[in-house]
Write a protein that binds this ligand. Sequence first.
Ligand code: HEM
Length: 152
Amino acid sequence: MLHQAKRKRSLFSLIFAGLILSVGCVGTKQAAVDPNSIYARLGGQPAINAAVELFYKKVLADKSVNHYFEDIDMDKQRSKQKQFLAAAFGGPVPYRGKNMRKAHAPLDLKESDFNAIAGHLQATLKELKINDKLIGEVMAVAASTKDDVLNK
Ligand code: HEM
């Protein structure tokens, strides 16, 4: 008898916990992604992650700009860049890092530094066989950060 009551009670708590959990999940549901966004057309977060990995390989191999990253924790940098680009391309997760002006102001970057970085981004997307029209759209987003990155 006692056993049965106990089993009933634990069954009830299990159902109750399940209900709470599912209500919680509905409440935290991520915003739907626009299928026409750059984010979606690139292939979502996995594609952006792969692009950022390849992009920093190119950046770190470039003597004209790699000195800027000498003392930088590159795991964190890659992760922030993945979040920034995903958000800038219309992804569902907001960017929570520093704004572009604050993040780059102490570096005193030149136009040639920006062009080098933009060139590596473009070469990365070419290598990943992204079509030229989409590359153009990505580069326009990158260009929209230029004044902030160069603190103009
Ligand atoms: C397309 C233009 C660029 C974008 C979208 C971009 C994006 C970012 C992002 C998201 C961060 C992380 C900010 C944070 O800490 O929360 C960052 C930091 C940084 N960026 Fe850029 N960046 C751009 C251009 C450049 C250029 C041209 C250089 C140098 C050649 C550069 C060098 C750095 C460095 C060294 C940091 C680390 C700063 C620190 O942690 O103190 N970035 N950038």
